[in-house]
Design a protein around this ligand. Structure first.
Ligand code: NI
Length: 230
């Protein structure tokens, strides 16, 4: 009985790897998952980041600023085509809590339109800049608001080793880790993050995948975290 249970558990990562190789989506109830998220882009370092992610077959979520998308639709199209999730981070990186209902809606819908024009799909998630939201923002937002559970403070500490260390030490199953791909120091930290967390058995998934494609209305990354098999 006991040995049977151990065998069943130990086979799960193998099955997950086979599923991944076959192109099946990762099941974060069975394996350890973490969601890497990149805000404020796209920017001049985003293509380099895409190469790092591809080298580890990692998927990530990009919370893009609408006016940057309009200026660089090609990079957003490439990001989406590589299997990453594109989500909204307002049109001009506005603090939504300082806007009227009309202002909030305008920030969100303009961004949706720019993303749809670039990728052909409407984004499913929103991250309010500064993580700032209130009741008005929640009422005007047609989709889940996504926060984070690990803040690397990469915008403050422009130090790749420090950023990587913070991400690796803080990661837990179900973590949503906040980065900004507009900083070269952050993009340089990512290969180390991918290597170290891969070695610990983590799979890198989009935020939507982390929640089995059904994220709750408000997401912090640890409030409803999927239970790993191990
Ligand atoms: Ni931001």
């Amino acid at each position: 009985m006991w040995s049977g249970a151990v065998r069943a558990v130990s086979l799960r990562p193998v099955r997950a790897a086979l599923d991944a190789a076959a192109g099946k989506p990762v099941d974060c109830r069975r394996v350890k998952c973490v969601a890497l998220t990149f805000d404020d882009g796209p920017g001049r370092y985003t293509d380099t980041l895409l190469r790092h992610l591809a080298a580890h077959r990692a998927r990530a979520t990009f919370f893009v600023v609408g006016q940057n998308v309009a200026a660089n639709p090609g990079i957003v199209r490439r990001t989406y085509a590589a299997g990453h999730e594109i989500a909204g981070h307002t049109w001009s990186h506005a603090d939504l809590t300082k806007l009227s209902a009309t202002g909030i809606r305008s920030q969100l819908t303009r961004t949706d339109r720019a993303i749809k024009a670039a990728t052909g799909v409407t984004p499913r998630l929103i991250r309010p800049p500064y993580g700032a939201f209130n009741t008005a923002v929640r009422l005007q937002s047609p989709r889940p608001l996504v926060m984070w559970s690990v803040d690397t403070l990469d915008w403050l500490h422009r130090d790749s080793a420090r950023v990587a260390r913070k991400a690796v030490r803080s990661a837990r199953p179900g973590s949503i880790i906040l980065f900004h791909d507009i900083h070269p120091t952050t993009v340089r930290a990512i290969p180390r993050v991918l290597r170290k967390l891969s070695a610990r058995g983590y799979h890198f998934v989009t935020v939507s995948r982390l929640y089995g494609d059904r994220p709750p209305r408000l997401v912090y990354g640890t409030t409803r975290r999927p239970r790993p098999a191990d």
